[in-house]
Design a binder for this molecule. Structure first.
Ligand SMILES: [Zn+2]
Length: 208
């Protein structure tokens, strides 16, 4: 009996052990040797990986929107993103050297005047039972010098209604800050002009 066979790819004569089994093949073995077969698989996977990667890069936004993974910086029309843009504008009116931190920075989103830290929180109206309110996630943030709270009407329209700039120590012991439209006057002393923010949002929506 012949214990060797020629590989269809590399044309080397090899022992049958060096071929994978395949019932229909000569001597019950594949035509190509294990080494050539592995190489073929490797290449196939590599090409697919590159193809998938390329496809992902080209269709990233659609895929992520479909999967519900769109981050606030990619989805420019969400309250968190608009909130940061609005807050940045306000900071540029008030301070020097305004710098917006990369998305996900811990404790603050904007730094100004060489070290003043500002954390921006956005909320749309949600209901506590039947009472509408804005709920801002403060998360007991003790790092920040100021919170800028931006209150929007709802996720569809995203019209900013109020803007508050509140010293850190007023809120930083709380996990959330809840502001009720019915008692909104309590926050008057920290309220900032919303007109500029509204114009800024309208512009951004038009661009989109
Ligand atoms: Zn071979």
């Amino acid at each position: 009996m012949d214990f060797t066979k020629e590989c269809s790819k590399c044309h080397k004569t090899k022992l049958l052990d060096e071929f994978y089994n395949q019932k229909s093949g000569k001597y019950g073995k594949r035509a190509d040797c294990k080494k050539c077969n592995k190489e073929e698989n490797r290449k196939y996977h590599q090409e697919h990986k590159e193809y998938n990667k390329k496809y992902y890069e080209e269709h990233k936004d659609e895929l992520r929107v479909k999967a519900g993974h769109l981050s606030m910086y990619e989805n420019k029309l969400c309250s968190s993103y608009l909130g940061i843009v609005i807050a940045e504008r306000l900071c540029r009116h008030l301070f020097k050297d305004v710098e917006v931190m990369p998305h996900g920075n811990t404790g603050f989103d904007i730094i100004c005047n060489k070290g003043k830290k500002i954390d921006v929180k956005s909320a749309t109206i949600t209901f506590n039972g039947k009472y509408p309110r804005w709920q801002f996630a403060i998360r007991r943030n003790t790092i920040t010098d100021y919170f800028i709270l931006v209150a929007f009407d709802n996720v569809e329209d995203l019209n900013p209604l109020y803007l508050w700039m509140i010293p850190g120590h007023i809120l930083n012991k709380q996990s959330t800050a809840q502001i009720y439209p019915s008692t909104v006057h309590k926050w008057n002393k920290w309220e900032r002009n919303i007109k500029d923010a509204q114009l800024c949002c309208a512009e951004m929506k038009k661009e989109k």
